[in-house]
Design a protein around this ligand. Structure first.
Ligand code: NAD
Length: 475
């Protein structure tokens, strides 16, 4: 049992002013693995004061100092590889190899990428006698979800540090320990006092406190749409800038010129990654009507290559969902799919055989899904694929865009002109072609109700900057 009841404020581990705690559960075993403090408003006030006090000097550090700092952070992060991998497996239930390949590496990539971006990033631009300056935005409040405990935190933190902004982080109370390791990494890297502050606790108290705090200048939030709306409303009262990374219901369009078996494998891999708990998951698979039977058969054949199981088993592709609440939610959606008349071609309700303990969900595939069904419109956040058909490309694009979301889209096809047409027609912030690997320099963020703002790379740094014009600057 790990008991980590202290917050990290002004460069020190300090006790909470409250006495309430929150249990952290391993979703694979359903056992309590530790506790954190349920932070209070007073804890948050201390953290904000520390971040505010650190801002004047940190925001004036040179670009080179911040490049060196980000690289030192990345070096220290690498030293903690085993701890980070183990922790993500324990608190999220991700298979060990995924905790390394995906979670650990994504976190690392953001720090290295931010350092690289800074090399060429221009903080000022002269237009005749006017000087345009980009200055650190101030104190930033970061609120993150549980599904990518190192990725979501690191992208925000790397961008904030690159810009010279000081921060208060409130990670998800479901997966707080990866963020505690990050705090230790920053300590080891010699981050100046007060630049990074960690306050653990609930959304109701610490999260709400961040979005309404008069001394916080900017809030970057990743999580659900409902909470994103509350944050926007709160932030409006002090005219705080907000960036929201919310949910998605992303389409994956398979073109008729592509090998069906290969496309099925890509689609399955996408939807089962991280147990389907991915905001960019391609949960609506659109295939030409004439290829439906062939595609469904190929999906069924490929499923055994992506086994659900114990995160510590080398063969496991995906582990349990993060919590009982998420498990129940996904079960309800599977029932809805059946009652709405979609054809269940694999999986279904209940636990997979032999995995009765832990929040495991069967890999579930629905065919004959219509886009107005609930399972095609709402974010399920579980290992559930919906297969829809289209008659022609216009219809495919219309279906793809018939959603309140616009976070991501996927195209699988050979013909460059058609791929380009689809990519430019989908109203979403990131389009991936033929399962291309992630590009950490490319902007990440949503259209429509998937939110606003961009993370990753140079666009991510821009989020933490204000723009100033100095007019009449002598040359
Ligand atoms: P959530 O919105 O419930 O929680 C996210 C964070 O917000 C947590 O740290 C939580 O404690 C905090 N929070 C809760 N209530 C709050 C409040 N009133 N004020 C301020 N903060 C509050 O989401 P979740 O359950 O952690 O994650 C699942 C959802 O997040 C899914 O719907 C998914 O689509 C979305 N998500 C989106 C992205 C993205 O990048 N777009 C990434 C991951 C998750």
């Amino acid at each position: 049992m790990r008991s980590h009841l202290k917050h990290f404020i002004n460069g020190e581990w300090v006790a909470s002013t409250g006495s309430e705690t929150i249990n952290v559960i391993n979703p694979a075993t359903e056992e309590v693995i530790g506790q954190i403090s349920n932070g209070t408003e007073e804890d948050l006030d201390k953290a904000v004061a520390a971040a505010r006090a650190a801002f004047p000097s940190f925001s004036q550090t040179s670009k080179q100092e911040r490049i060196d700092l980000l690289n030192r952070i990345a070096d220290e992060y690498e030293k903690r590889k085993d701890d980070i991998v183990e922790m993500i497996t324990q608190e999220l239930g991700a298979p060990l190899k995924m905790s390394y390949k995906m979670h650990y590496n994504m976190g690392l990539s953001h720090f290295r990428q931010a350092a690289k971006e800074l090399e060429t990033f221009e903080f000022s631009e002269r237009r005749g006698s006017t000087l345009i300056r980009k200055e650190a935005i101030g104190v930033s409040g970061l609120i993150t979800p549980w599904n990518f405990p190192t990725n979501q935190t690191s992208t925000k933190l790397a961008s904030a540090f690159a810009a010279g902004s000081t921060v208060i982080l409130k990670p998800s109370e479901l997966t707080p320990y990866a963020a505690i390791i990050l705090a230790e990494v920053f300590e080891a890297a010699g981050l100046p006092k007060g630049v990074f502050n960690l306050v653990n606790g609930s959304g109701e108290i610490v999260g709400n406190g961040i979005s309404s705090h008069p001394d916080i200048d900017f809030v970057s939030f990743t999580g659900s749409g409902a909470v994103g709306q509350k944050i926007s409303e709160n932030a409006a009262k002090t005219v705080k800038r907000v960036a929201l990374e919310l949910g998605g219901k992303s389409p994956l369009i398979v073109l008729d010129d592509y090998d069906v078996k290969k496309a099925a494998k890509m689609a399955v891999a996408n939807v089962l990654t991280n147990s389907g708990q991915v905001c960019t998951a391609a949960t609506r698979t659109l295939i030409p009507k004439s290829k439906k039977d062939e595609f469904v058969k190929a999906v069924k054949e490929v499923l055994p290559q992506f086994p659900v199981g114990d995160p510590r088993d080398e063969k496991t592709y995906y582990g349990p969902l993060v919590s009982e609440k998420q498990y129940d939610r996904v079960q309800e959606y599977i029932k809805k799919g059946q009652s709405e008349g979609a054809t269940l071609v694999a999986g279904g309700t209940g636990k997979p055989e032999g995995l009765e303990k832990g929040y495991y969900v069967k890999p579930t595939v629905f065919a004959d899904v219509k886009n107005d069904m609930i399972i095609a419109q709402e974010e399920i956040f579980g290992p559930v694929m919906s297969i829809l058909t289209y008659e022609n490309l216009d219809e495919a694009i219309e279906i793809a865009n018939d959603t309140i979301y616009g976070l991501a889209g996927y195209v699988i096809g050979e013909d460059e002109v058609t791929v380009d047409r689809v990519a430019s027609s989908i109203r979403a912030g990131r389009i991936t072609v033929n399962q291309a690997p992630a590009d950490f320099s490319a902007p990440f963020g949503g259209y429509k109700q998937s939110g606003f703002g961009r993370e990753w790379g140079d666009y991510g740094i821009e989020e933490y900057l204000e723009i100033k014009a100095v007019v009449g600057m002598p040359s």
